[in-house]
Design a protein around this ligand. Structure first.
Ligand code: ZN
Length: 155
């Protein structure tokens, strides 16, 4: 495993659309291992491959209930709405308030290429949406209503 450098805002790669993963090989496994290590070290709750300079549809998430490795993820259903306070490892030291679905149903492949499906609520749903936006070159600041205040951060 190896730590990878996290690319920060201003680098045009963060605005590019990531490509589908076609090969479920050792390189993908290595990328996922490195992404998890980089995410935990940061520390962060989610990381998209584009944030380490790889334009592939690969995401790692851990909101405290275990590591999820999502390859070629897609949101197939959304329900409700919530107000979220988000930050991003690629936009250090900032956070903002935005709206996201309250729950999402997601279809994705694992590192072996098997399809999985799950539903996420609340904070986890917002993380999934945030990371999947990265795959389209979208940053949370594009959807931000306002910067987060100290009061928002204490919620
Ligand atoms: Zn982010």
């Amino acid at each position: 495993m190896a730590l990878r450098n996290i690319i920060t805002v201003g680098d045009p790669i963060l605005r590019k659309v990531s490509r589908k993963v076609e090969k479920f090989d050792d390189r993908l496994g290595q990328l996922l291992n490195d992404m998890a290590e980089t995410m935990y070290k940061a520390p962060g709750v989610g990381l998209a491959a584009v944030q380490v300079g790889i334009l592939r549809r690969v995401v790692t998430i851990d909101v405290g209930d275990g590591l999820m490795e999502l390859v070629n993820p897609e949101i197939i259903k959304t329900e409700g709405e919530q107000e979220c306070v988000e930050g991003c490892l690629s936009i250090p030291g900032e956070s903002g308030v935005l709206h996201r679905p309250e729950s999402v149903t997601v279809k994705a492949q694992n590192r072996r290429g098997d399809w999985i499906m799950f539903k996420a609520h609340g904070f986890k749903a917002s993380c999934v949406c945030h990371e999947l936006d990265h795959l389209e070159g979208i940053l949370y600041t594009d959807k931000m209503i306002r910067r987060a205040t100290q009061k928002d951060l204490e919620k």
